[in-house]
Design a protein around this ligand. Sequence first.
Ligand SMILES: [Zn+2]
Length: 245
Amino acid sequence: IIQALTTKLSSNEDSDWAEAMDAQLLRTITAALQARGTKCTFKEADALDNDPMKRALALANQGLSEVLTHLQVEIPQGYAVKGVKLKTGTQRTFYKTIKARKPIPQCMKTTIMLDITRHAAWNLSRSTPTDSQIWLSVRHKEITRTTRDFLWKCLHQAYKVGSHWRNIPNYEHYAICPHYQVDETMEHILLECNAPGREVLWNLAQELWEKGGCAWPEMDYSNFSAQFVVKNVVGFSDIFQRKKA
Ligand SMILES: [Zn+2]
C-alpha cells in the first residue's frame, strides 16, 4: 500500500489505477492525503506491540468485521483524478479501463448464493468477505480441480436441478424429487434426500475425513463454500484443525 501511494503513485494515477486491487479505496486515500495540503510522510512500523500500532490493528480488525458496503469511498470534490493519461497509457491499460467501465451483469441466483456464503462466513468467523474474496477462495490451488468446479457451479447455481426443468416440455417432472415429492435443489440432494446411496456416501466421506485427524463438521449447505472462504480470508477454519492426539 505504501508503495502504491508513494513511489508508484504517479504511474498509478496515469493509468487510472488499472493495475491496482481496491482501486476505489486507493483513489479515496490519495484524495484524502492530497486534501491535507501539507507533506505526508509514512513510517514503516518496526514493532507491532507499541500503542499506535495496537490502535491501528484494532481499527483494521474493526473494519474487517463491518459490512464492507458501508465503507465510505466518496472522493471530496476537486480531488478526483479521472481517466488514463493519453501520453503514458498502453493498449493494456486502455483496454482494462474501458472494460472496467462496463458494468458486469449480475445474475440474481449468483448474488443470492454469494450473500448466503457471506452470511455463513460471518457466522463461522465474524468476518464479511467481499465477492472477489469468495471467488478467489473457492478457486484456491490447494482445492482439487473437481472440487473447485463443483463449488464454482454451486455458487452460480449452474447445475441442472429442480426449477431448471420446470419450463421444459416433457421434463417438468424432473423438477420434483421422486422420493420426497418436494422441489429438487442441490441442498436437498446432498443433505436431505433419502434416495439410496446418499447416506452411505456421507458415512464413507466422514470415515475418510476422520482418518486425516480432523473433527467431522456439522453439515450445512451454506457452509460448503464458506469454510474455504474463511480458511483463505481469515487464515483459520475449525473444520481443518486436526484433533489433538
Ligand atoms: Zn429427494
